[in-house]
Structure formats: C-alpha cells, structure tokens
Design a protein around this ligand. Structure first.
Ligand code: GDP
Length: 423
C-alpha cells in the first residue's frame, strides 16, 4: 500500500504517533516537504523523541527512511537529531535525495531579521529559515545536495549568492555581512557528513512502488498551513498536502492509494493567523495543560500552542483538500474532563452562517456557531475496544464523522503506540 499520513488542521494533530504506528507495516517512510520547523512527538519503547527532519520509520531497523527532494534540509539539525538516536542505541537506515536543497546560514538569520523588521506584522515564524529557503529555491539560487560535491562550482555560486544577500543584510537589516568562504567551508564538512546517505531517492521510490513495496509518506503541518489553500499569509512555505507527496518525492500521483488524515479531538495552532474556535483565559489554560501527552507546547519551539474547540468547518475543508480516504481522530482522552463539548459547525460572517472555509480576512471576523454535546466525564485511557467507550464519547466521534463526511477509522485515546481504537 502507498499511504500518505497528513494533517487536517494547523499541524500538531498527532501525525507522529500514527505514522510511527503505521511505520512498522511499511518498507519505506518518506518526508517530502518542509524542514526542521515542526516536530513530531513519538513515544515508544526507546523513550520520548521529538523528530523534526528524520522520517518516523527510524525506530525500525529494517525500514528505509527517505528525506526526499522537496524537503528543506538543515544538515546541522539532522546531525543533532541523528546523534540523539545514536545515543539511545537506535540503528536506522537513511537516504537523502541528491536533488534535495540545503538550508544555508543566511536563511535562518533572515527569518529572525525579517520578523524583527515586521514587528507587529510578523507571521509567527519558527525562525528555521524555511521561508527564505523556499524563496531562494524558487528563484533558483538555492543549492541542491549534488552541488555540494562540485567544489569549484559551489564556491562560485556562493560568491554570487552572498553578493546579493549581503546587500540586504547591510542595508535593509543593518546586520553584519556573511563571509561566503566560511559558508563554503561549512558546506564542505556537511557534504562529507551526509555523503554515505545520498542517492537518487525518486528512483528508489519509483522502483519500490513497482515492486509492490509498502511506502508511507509523512506530511508535516496540516491543510490550513498549505501555501495555496491555507490561511495565507499565515501559512508555511511548502505544500502540506498529500498531493504534494508525489511532487516532492518524485513518484506518480496515482500511486498514492490511501490518504489518512489526522485531526485532533479539539483544535490547537501555533503562530499567527485567524482561529475561529479559539478559546482564551482559564478555559484555554486548562485545555493547554491537559492536551497532548505533556500539554500543548510546540515540539520544536516549546511555545504554548493556541487552543480551541473542534472546528468541523475547518476540518471538513482540511479533509477535502487532502483528499482524505479515512480520518484518524487523536487525543479523545484529553476531553474527558469536560462537562460539555462544543463543536464549531458554522462560521457566522456578516449575518450569514457559512459551512465553507472562508478567506483569511473573513475568518478574522467570523464568529463560531457551536453545537453542544454532553461530556463523558471519566477516564477513557486503557479502553481497547471502540464499543466500550462511554456513549457520550462515541456520540462525539460520530457527530464529527457526519460533519466531515469521511469515515473516522481510528480513534486515539492516549499518546502510546497501542492506545488506538479501530472502527
Ligand atoms: P504531530 O506534529 O502531528 O505529530 O503532532 P505533535 O507530536 O506535535 O503533537 C501531538 C501531541 O499529542 C504529542 O505530544 C503526542 O504524544 C500526543 N498525542 C498523540 N496522540 C495522542 C492521544 O491520543 N492522546 C493524548 N493524550 N496525546 C496524544
């Protein structure tokens, strides 16, 4: 089976756990977009890990893990992440696409400088250099992995690139200029470090698909952060959709036959942008502390996440643009303390209730229309069979399923790998 596991919302839906769970049945796990700017939390027999760049198959020795061409490769972050696994005694099998582009030092600095310059108008960047990276990529001044092994060409390219970058650093940001020769030395060392993993990953994947292998594409962030279909400009700079897996990894679009979309039983988001069902104050603090496995705080940045009630309008849209063939709902156990559950079923804007996801300006003005259901008020962790859930918990899942129009095939009732209820 060729499966994509992607997010329906703003990211942090719990994709890491589901990917880790499904990884054991895969031959290859692939990252195809984004970079080290978000993270999955995975809890397994080795401990608790935050993965940012490495695919979730790294915990299984026999699985090939691919960082494909569409990824923003930060070699420094990769090295640190690999070290964490090595220290924990984990052996893994990694491949890096020869056409994958690398994050350069100015990308990271530029993210910071640009947010400073924007002040109140900032995007809430994770400052991992992702936006400047993709800007360079699409202006064709970026550097692909294969270019690291042609030293003369690399030095010349960096010289020209930093002539332009330094004008911006000096005159726009008022910051020190970058010495391209230092960047060159760093890249030569980086190139040596990754050399043994580099190959044509698109061919590897196309061959694997022809041979009938099981491939898992692992999405980062979620539908609403997609550059073209999300809450622009509060989006990420690469496509977060399952459809992009084919592009970023270089495989036929028709090869992907299962698109599992992950959504959390409530909403959470990081960064700026509209969030119609957001809650505030003590109510939000309680959900934030009880959320996830260690509270709703970013896996990469540690920032407190914004939280809110389940948004069925945003999630239906998120599932549709992903092309969901099934949905997995995570963190149902988190809601066990709530007396009453609210589900946002419409957006009221300018006196009209909309069921469709609106453009960013309208989302800022829209008021949530809620349906309410009674809570179940008891701990549901430890339950192994969906039918054994309290009636109120099943009603909640089934109400949402109707709103989404896609089958909820899995419900997660705890952060551990085996805390999953199949339907
Ligand atoms: P991802 O980026 O989509 O993988 O999401 P994150 O890993 O950033 O956030 C999800 C958080 O929820 C992590 O801390 C997970 O360990 C945790 N988690 C996943 N599924 C469940 C669940 O069913 N219940 C609880 N309580 N936590 C969960």
């Amino acid at each position: 089976m060729i499966r994509a596991i992607v997010g329906a919302n703003w990211g942090d839906e719990g994709k890491g756990k589901i990917t880790d769970m499904c990884a054991s049945q895969s031959d290859i796990v692939v990252r195809y977009q984004g970079g080290a700017n978000a993270g999955h939390t995975i809890i397994n027999e080795y401990g608790r890990f935050a993965l940012h760049l490495l695919p979730s198959g790294v915990f299984h020795k026999n699985i090939i893990n691919v960082i494909a061409n569409g990824v923003a490769l930060n070699i420094e972050s990769l090295r640190e992440e690999m070290q964490t696994l090595i220290d924990a005694g984990i052996e893994f099998n990694l491949r890096i696409g020869e056409r994958t582009q690398v994050i350069l030092p100015h990308h990271v600095l530029m993210d910071t400088y640009e947010e400073e310059r924007l002040g109140d108008r900032k995007f809430g960047s994770t400052k991992s250099g992702i936006a400047p990276f993709y800007a360079d990529k699409y202006s064709k001044t970026g550097i692909q992995v294969w270019e690291l092994y042609n030293k003369e060409r690399l030095l010349d390219k960096l010289k020209h690139l930093y002539e332009k970058v330094n004008v911006q650093f000096k005159y726009l940001y008022n910051k020190p200029e970058i010495d391209y020769k230092e960047v060159y030395e760093k890249l030569i060392a980086d190139a040596e470090f990754i050399k043994e993993y580099v190959c044509d990953t698109s061919k590897l994947l196309r061959d694997a698909i022809k041979e009938g292998k099981n491939v898992l594409f692992e999405g980062q962030l979620g539908s609403l952060k997609d550059t073209d279909h999300g809450i622009y400009p509060y989006v990420t700079s690469s496509s977060t959709l399952a459809g992009y897996a084919a592009v970023g990894a270089g495989v036929p679009p028709y090869a992907i036959d299962n698109i599992t979309v992950i959504t959390k039983a409530y909403s959470s988001a990081v960064g700026e942008g509209p969030f119609v069902s957001e809650i505030f104050g003590e109510e939000a603090d309680e959900l934030r502390i009880k959320g996830g496995d260690k509270g709703e705080f970013g896996a990469t940045t540690g920032r407190p996440r914004r939280v809110g009630y389940f948004d069925a309008v945003a999630t239906r849209y998120g599932c549709e643009i992903q092309g969901a063939t099934e949905v997995c709902m995570t963190c149902l156990d988190v809601l066990s303390y709530m007396e009453t559950l609210h589900i946002c079923v419409g957006y009221e804007y300018d006196g009209v209730v909309y069921k469709e996801f609106l453009t960013t300006d309208k989302l800022y003005e829209a008021k949530p229309v809620y349906a309410t259901l009674p809570g179940w008020k008891c701990d549901i962790r430890g339950i192994k069979d969906y039918n054994e859930l309290p009636k109120e918990a099943k009603d909640y899942v089934e109400f949402i399923e109707k709103e989404l129009g896609v089958r909820i095939s899995m419900v997660s009732n705890g952060p551990k790998r085996d805390e999953i209820l199949y339907r």
